[in-house]
Design a binder for this molecule. Structure first.
Ligand code: ADQ
Length: 461
């Protein structure tokens, strides 16, 4: 098999993953590369002052990591600007949170060109190139213009918006043209793929065959649905080691026979924390029997704290958490524990295992790996219950979860009550069905299927 070149904005070194705030892309890509090995290229996460970027090369096992830094203005316009103040809110159906500036677009293109220039010397003719996520959409076009003829695939980790929303982006036709330059474009769900097809058909006048083969403006490319998985078989061992952590031990002791509800998310408006806190508050209001019998722990480390919408969100969430505890806490019971920090991966998995309910209610999410990890971390003889938003990509696969509409806070409260009291037989049945999916479509299947479909196709340059 040819050498795999992965490009993503952030590159996660294995030891960095243990700090617990890397996010789903890094977790997934690292697990996918464990078998195949290859080269992983991207930003080292640092802001640098030097005019020419220093390239850092490191190897761990069969993976070579090649990273570069970003200058302050590149970070501002590319990362904080176009990627996280334009594309992220738009792709998560929040155009109201979008701040569009022309110089953001210029900065975005500039950093993509910089990545291409620094990557080119590492490429060999028979490599397979796999670009990840919304920060790097223009790379294939730029690589092709530089003469690269290797197969180039793209995977979108976020949702793809419907055309009516995409049109709010002034450059949407440029973005679509850039995507046409890939040989394969992959999505988490059929809904996302359908959104892309709709945009190609009506905005770009492209032809699409029933199997997802696109013919448009001299480009041919394939699209496909590749729901990202997790390292399902390795999780029980990670849970075991995580149980030795002092956080797990202490929480277990403090809980006693109280039932734990757990939520784990980057602090992001797409994750629906405000609505989630309101649903929990509604549960406490409607079901006083549960007072002192449940504890909800929400773990949410700060993410993109220097983007305006995120600062406002942090304040709103602090207040909402304070309101729940202000209303219901007593000297011997804190109903909501809100922790603004990351955990080691095995610790977080052990905490999932300790929980009776996985509380996963994003307002919009590409997939949501926390939902899958929660299920895989359960004890087969006494599994917990997953409450899962229908707005997460994972709901297309984990159909035996309790599927909820996160905006309907009263209904979510009732579903929480059902989950808290669910009999063991029903918990086991639901869990078995979800595990069957997680075993069949694990992280290795995800990368195998994508790479199987990534073959070179004709492109007009
Ligand atoms: P994210 O938005 O980052 O990922 P998610 O898929 O839930 O969301 O992945 C988060 C990962 O980070 C999980 O593995 C989780 O266990 C870990 N994590 C989060 N908070 C943590 C904490 N405090 N401590 C330790 N670990 C923590 C993006 C998309 C998703 C998509 C993934 C993968 O937004 O929709 O599922 O990429 O494609």
């Amino acid at each position: 098999m040819s050498r795999l070149i992965i490009v993503s904005n952030r590159v996660a070194r294995p030891d960095a993953l243990n700090k617990g705030s890397q996010g789903g892309l890094a977790v997934g890509v690292l697990a996918a590369m464990a078998d195949s090995g290859g080269l992983w290229f991207g930003w080292n996460g640092r802001i640098e002052n030097r005019p020419v970027s220093e390239i850092r090369e490191e190897s761990r096992g069969n993976i070579n990591f090649v990273t570069i830094g970003l200058r302050q203005n590149e970070y501002n316009n590319f990362y904080r600007g176009y990627a996280n103040s334009v594309l992220w809110p738009l792709f998560h159906q929040r155009p109201d949170l979008m701040t569009y500036r022309h110089h953001y677009r210029m900065g975005y293109l500039g950093v993509n060109r910089k990545y291409v220039d620094h990557l080119l010397p590492y490429l060999k003719p028979d490599d397979t190139i796999w670009i990840h996520d919304y920060q790097l959409i223009p790379m294939a076009k730029m690589l092709r213009e530089a003469g690269v003829s290797s197969p180039i695939g793209f995977f979108l980790h976020t949702p793809f918006p419907p055309l009516d929303l995409l049109r709010a982006l002034p450059d949407h036709k440029d973005v679509l043209t850039e995507l046409l330059n890939y040989d394969l474009v992959g999505f988490h769900t059929l809904t996302d793929e359908r959104g892309f097809h709709e945009a190609i058909r009506y905005s770009m006048k492209g032809d699409i065959s029933p199997s997802g083969l696109i013919d448009c403006q001299g480009h041919q490319l394939q699209t496909g649905v590749y729901p990202i998985g997790i390292e399902t078989d390795d999780i029980p061992d990670l849970v075991k080691t995580g149980k030795h952590s002092k956080e797990y031990q202490q929480l277990k002791l403090e809980l006693g026979d109280r039932k734990l509800l757990i939520g784990v998310d980057r602090l992001d408006y797409s994750k629906g924390l405000f609505h989630r806190f309101k649903s929990y508050e509604q549960l406490l209001k409607n079901y006083s029997d549960f007072h002192r019998r449940v504890v909800y722990m929400q773990v949410a480390p700060t993410s993109r704290g220097d983007v305006k919408a995120y600062g406002q969100l942090a304040q709103q969430i602090d207040q909402a958490a304070g309101h729940v505890n202000g209303t219901y806490a007593d000297f011997d019971w804190t109903p909501l524990r809100y922790l603004n920090r990351g955990f080691r991966r095995n610790t977080i998995l052990a905490l999932y295992n300790l929980a009776h309910i996985g509380f996963v209610t994003p307002l919009r999410d590409g997939m949501n790996l926390v939902a899958k990890e929660f299920v895989a971390a359960q004890d087969p003889d006494n599994p917990g219950v997953l409450i899962l938003s229908k707005m997460a990509g994972a709901s297309a696969e984990l159909k035996s979860a309790i599927i909820v509409n996160p905006y309907d806070t009263e209904a979510v409260a009732n579903h929480l009550a059902t989950a808290i009291q669910m009999p063991l037989d029903e918990r086991k049945d639901r869990w078995e069905q979800m595990m069957e999916t997680l075993r069949r479509n694990d992280i290795q299947a995800w990368q195998r299927n994508f790479r199987r479909d990534l073959v070179p196709r004709p492109h007009a340059i």
